[in-house]
Design a protein around this ligand. Sequence first.
Ligand SMILES: Cc1ncc(C[n+]2csc(CCOP(=O)(O)OP(=O)(O)O)c2C)c(N)n1
Ligand SMILES: [Mg+2]
Length: 548
Amino acid sequence: MRVSEAIGRVLVDSSIEAFFGLAGSGNFAVLSALHAEGAAFYSSRHECGAVMMADGYARASRKLGVASVHQGPGFTNTLTGLAEAAKARTPLIVLAADIPAGTLWSNFKVDQAALAATVGAIPERVRGPETAAADTARALRRAQTERRPVVLSIPIDVVEEHSSGGSPAIPYWPSLEPPGPAEGSVAAVADLLALSHRPVIVAGQGAAIANAREALEALGDRVGAVLATSAMGHGLFTGNPSSVGIAGGFSSSLAARLLGRADVVLAFGASLNHWTVRHGSLFSSEARVVQVDLDEEAIGRLYRADVGVVGDAAGAARAIVDELERRGVGGKGFRSDGLEREISAGRPRDEPYEDLGTAEYIDPRTLTIALDDLLPGERTVCTDSGHFLGYPAMYLDVPDWQGFVFPNAFQSVGLGLASGIGAAVARPERLSVAAVGDGGALMALGELETAARYRLPMLVVIYNDAAYGAEVHHFGPMGRPVDVARFPDTDFAAIARAAGAVGITVRNKGDLSPVRDWLKRRDRLLVIDAKVNPEVRAEWLAEAFRAH
Ligand SMILES: Cc1ncc(C[n+]2csc(CCOP(=O)(O)OP(=O)(O)O)c2C)c(N)n1
Ligand SMILES: [Mg+2]
C-alpha cells in the first residue's frame, strides 16, 4: 500500500469517522485515502475554517478532530484556529502536507514545525514510508494524551511511496489513573470546610473533562455549596437547582451577589483567570480559596490559592467527601431555605431591562430570550467573539457541557461559524446554533457556503449592528471617532439565499415566526440576520476591556 493509504488506515482504525479540510496537490493523496477508507469528508473554504470545524467537532463530541491541508500557505492559513485549539487544549490532528526534507527552494517553503510550536501545537512528522503508520499512531496518541493539537507534517515525496508497514496494531495505551490528591491537602480542605458557612464550587473545563459533575454535586450537597462554572465549564451543572451559572463577566447579578458572599471558594479544574474572578472583584478578599488542578503549576498562578490540591477534579472531590464523612462535617451551608427559588428566578434572562427595540432594530436581549424559548433544548451553542458574545452565553441555555462550544481562548473574531459547523457534523441530533457578529460572519463568510452546501440543519444567528461593536462601544464613550469601525448594513439574508440557505431578516420578535416552521423541517441551513440596535451596550464589555 501507499503511505497515504497507510495513514488513512491508521486513522480509520482509530475510529476517525469524519474529517475536514481543503484539497490541494500536496494533501490530495492523504485526503482521498482517508475518505476512501470510510471517513466522511467535509470540504471547507478556508483552512482556518477546517481546523475550527475539527475543533468544534471535538469539543461537541469528545471525539478527536482531524483536518487535512496543503503545505505552506494551506498550513499558515490554519494558524489562528490552531492557536485557539492549543489554548483551549482541544485534541485534534492537522494532517499538513510539507515540502520534501532538504528542499533548497520552494514557493511553499516555510518552517511548519516552528510555526506549529509557536502557536502551542505539537509538531510531528512522517519520517519515511516504513514509519508512516507508526508516526500517525504516535500523533494520534499525543493529541489525546497531551490534549493538544498535533500538526503531522507529511512530506509530498513520501506520501505516494510504497509502504510495507501497513497499519500497526494500534498500541494499547492504558489510561493512567490520575494521581490521587495528597492526604495533607485533602485534610487542609476539610479544615476549611469545617468552618465554612458559605462555600461555593467553581468548576472549569478540567472538571468537565474529568467527568466530575456527580462527584462535585455530592461534595456540594455535603457542605451546602452554591455551584458555578467558569465560561469554559459552562453547562456542567445544568439542571442542578443550586447552580448559579457562570462565575465572572457573564454572571447574573444574583450569581455575582452570592459568589461575593462566599467564605470558601473551591475551584476544580479552573484556572481562575481574570474573566472568572472579574479581575479579582468577584470574591471577597476574606474568602479562602482552594484550587484543585491536575497541573501543579496552575495552582495559584493566576489568582491566590490558600490551599492547592494536585489531582483530578472527580478524584479530589471524592477524597474530600470521604474525609468530611470521616470527620462528620457537613450541613446546609450556603443553601438557606428559599435559595433554590431565588436561583430559579435569578437567571440572567429574568433580570429586568429596558427594551431598546425600535421599528428598525431588535434589542439583542429580546432576540436572544425569544430564541431561547423557541429553540429545542437539545442544542449546541457555539459563540464567536465580539460585543454581542455575552447575549448567547448568558441567555441561551445549554443542555450540558458539550452543548456549549466557546472558541474564545484566543479571543479571535471569526471562529464561531466554523466551530458551529463542526458541532453540527458531530452531533446531528442536536441543533447547532452558531452565534456570530456581522464582523465575524464576514470574516468567515466562505464557510456560510460550506454549511449551505452540506445542507447542515444548523442555525446561524448574526447579531448585525453593522459595526465592530466591541470597538464602537469601547472607544465611543471616550469621545474617540469610531467611524472606522462602522459599516453600511449587510443583507445577510440575501447572502444566505445566494449560498443556498434559508435567510430571514429580523427586526422584531414577530419576524422570528418562520423559525418555527423551519424547526419542523430542518432540511438546510437557516441564517437569521438580526438587525440589533447598535446603541445597546452590554454591561459585561466594560469588564472585558479592563484587560486591554
Ligand atoms: C481576528 C481578530 N481581529 C480583530 C479583533 C478585535 N476585535 C474584537 S471584537 C471586534 C469586533 C467584531 O465585530 P462583530 O463580529 O460584528 O461583533 P460585535 O462586536 O459588533 O458584536 C474586533 C474587531 C479580534 N479579537 N480578532
Ligand atoms: Mg457587529
